[in-house]
Design a protein around this ligand. Sequence first.
Ligand SMILES: [Zn+2]
Length: 357
Amino acid sequence: MNNRKIPFNNLPLLPINFNFLNQKIVDQLIRRELHTYLHGFFVNLLKINSMSQSLSLLQLFELFPDERSAEKWLEYQLWGKTVQCPRCSCSKSISIRKNRKPMPYWCGACKKYFNIRTNTLMEYSRIPLRKWIIAMYLFQTKPKGISSIQMQKDLGITQKSAWFLLQRLREAFDKKTVLFSGEVEVDETFMGGLRKNMSLKKRRATQSTAGRGVAGKFPIIGMKCRKTKKVVAKAIDTTDRETLHEFIYDHTTEDAIVYTDEHRGYRHLNREHHCILHSQYQYVNGEVHTNGIESFWSGIKRAYKGTYHYMSQKHLNRYVKEFTGRFNLKGWDVLDQMKWLFQNMVGKQLMYRELIT
Ligand SMILES: [Zn+2]
């Protein structure tokens, strides 16, 4: 454990500065309750202020001993010191109900109740917030991901709920990234089980679809920026020129230098382009190689073998987002990663029936 401070920008102020509670709209009683509560909560946070990337499961439980602590933490990540209506962003006419359940806040502007789940991917979930937080922690700290069966066991929920929860966490990673500039490596790969393990029916069905790669596997295209070390990837239907070019144009600036293998689909690219001749057993030629993005692929494949065993083509893109997202947040404090994840759940909806139909 190193001595890095807890990643809350205003943390040192919190235990003593409760200005945000001075608004008239806050009922006296609730203020007193909240003050005592928050004080305890942040003192607790300060106690373990050497907490870092290696936040242990035990520390996580100390930090979130009950549902209220989870709720408070999520509220703070989204609203800071002032409660804000998730529908109209108003913060002036918010009042708190004495009986907090199930929606503790009332927005006088849009005349509706809300809570921290409103307008996020958690909105219609009945899973307690504390379990959501533990799920986020497990989801972020397992480098190979976590299966719905494991999540079911760890959280004590049904596998169906665990699967749906995981899909929603993956959805949080669906975010437009900044365009890559400078040197970028682009490559495609194929996901899916080994052909020898497929049923005869599936083997026959996939025989005719063989193109580049292996029949019955699904293509993914990815790009790694050498400057920022960030990746972006996407499940695609085919590896034709149009698809590959479109992906590159969508994610790079015009002055980017693109490194690929010799696949025909990359020819005539409207970017400075160099290719490595894998067919001639060439893997590195000075700056020309795609080793960065290939090592990212090997991470996904290890997870596929070790954790998931199966990714349906329909949901493949969500798994791809999960891995790119986790890769891009690597090295961050766990709490910062969880905060990022939650902030990116805002404004999104994903219903169970959308996933299964
Ligand atoms: Zn409102």
